[in-house]
Design a protein around this ligand. Structure first.
Ligand code: ADP
Ligand code: MG
Length: 262
C-alpha cells in the first residue's frame, strides 16, 4: 500500500494540494449537507431552553460523518433540523443544493421521500409486516412497479445477510436482525442521504459492529452520504470524520478517533 492511500479524508476547512502544489480538480468541495447558524429552543417564556446554540455543520458527498456527544447535548434535535423533520428557529440548511426550510411542507416531504433514508435506535418497523413487506412498502411510495419492488427488496435483504429471514415479522427477529431490516429499508431506494439516530444503542457490541460495517459498506458502494448521531464511543472507529457536540455547540469538526477509548 502506498503512503498516499493512508492519508485521511481532509477536513472541510482544509484545502488539499497535490504534490506539485496545484489543487486537483477533485478537490472542489461539494457538500451534501451544509447547515449554518442553526438554533432551536424548547419551552416558553422563562422556561425557554436553548438546545441548538448556533450550529454549523458541513458534510461532504460520500462521507460517513459521526456526530458524537453526551445524552441531551442536542444530537437528535440537530439531526431532525438537517433532515427536514423539525424546523429550526434560526439558521439555514442546504441539502443536495436545496435550501430545505425555504421549501413548502409538501416539497420537503417529497425531497425526503426521494433522497433520504432514516435509521433509528428503536428500528421503527411495522409489527404486522414481514421483512420483505417492510421494504416493498417503502418502494411502493417511491413509485417502483410490483415486480421491481419484489426484486429490489430481496436483493437488499440478501445484501444485509437476511436471505433466511425474508418472510419473518419483527417478533421473530433478533435486535440485530431488526436493525438490519431497518438498514435494508433505508438503503433499498438508494437514497443519496442516510440519517441514523443512535442506530446501535439497542444492540450488543458484536451486532453494533455488524450494523456499522454494513452501513459503511453499503453507503460506500452506493455513494451515499451518511450522517449518524450517537453517544456510543465504540462507533468512533467506523467514521470518516468525527464531529463532537456538547450542550448545543460543536466542539470539534475533526476529532481524533483514538481519543474515544472505551
Ligand atoms: P440528544 O439526542 O443529544 O440526547 P436531544 O436533541 O434529544 O439530545 O435533546 C436535547 C435537549 O432538548 C434535552 O434537554 C431534551 O430534554 C430537550 N428536548 C428535546 N426535544 C424536546 C421537545 N420536543 N420538547 C422539549 N424539550 C426537548
Ligand atoms: Mg437523541
Amino acid at each position: 500500500m502506498s503512503p498516499a492511500t493512508l492519508v485521511r479524508t481532509p477536513a472541510a476547512d482544509e484545502s488539499p494540494l497535490d504534490e506539485a502544489g496545484a489543487a486537483p480538480a477533485a478537490a472542489v468541495k461539494r457538500y451534501a449537507i451544509e447547515a449554518r447558524g442553526l438554533t432551536r429552543a424548547f419551552g416558553k417564556g422563562a422556561l425557554k431552553t436553548p438546545v441548538l446554540k448556533g450550529i454549523d455543520l458541513l458534510v461532504e458527498e460520500g462521507e460517513i460523518a459521526l456526530v458524537m456527544g453526551p445524552s441531551g447535548s442536542g444530537k437528535s434535535t440537530l439531526l431532525a433540523a438537517v433532515s427536514g423533520l423539525t424546523r429550526p428557529d434560526g439558521g439555514k440548511v442546504i441539502v443536495l443544493g436545496e435550501d430545505l426550510w425555504s421549501l413548502s411542507r409538501g416539497k420537503i416531504d417529497r425531497f425526503r421521500l426521494r433522497n433520504c433514508g432514516f435509521i433509528f435506535q428503536g428500528f421503527n418497523l411495522f409489527a404486522a409486516l414481514t421483512a420483505m413487506q417492510q421494504i416493498q412498502t417503502v418502494l411502493k411510495y417511491v413509485g417502483l412497479k410490483k415486480a421491481e419492488r419484489k426484486a429490489v427488496a430481496m436483493e437488499t435483504l440478501v445484501a444485509v445477510g437476511l436471505d433466511h429471514r425474508l418472510h419473518n415479522r419483527p417478533d421473530k427477529l433478533s435486535g440485530g436482525e431488526k436493525q438490519r431490516v431497518a438498514i435494508a429499508r433505508a438503503l433499498a431506494k438508494k437514497p443519496r442521504l442516510i440519517f441514523a439516530d443512535e442506530p446501535t444503542s439497542a444492540l450488543d457490541g458484536e451486532n453494533g459492529r455488524i450494523i456499522m460495517e454494513l452501513l459503511r459498506k453499503s453507503a460506500k458502494e452506493q455513494g451515499a452520504t451518511v450522517l449518524c448521531v450517537t453517544h456510543d464511543v465504540r462507533l468512533a472507529q467506523y467514521a470518516d470524520r468525527i464531529i463532537t457536540i456538547e450542550d448545543g455547540r460543536i466542539t470539534s469538526t475533526n476529532a481524533d478517533p483514538a481519543s474515544f477509548h472505551h
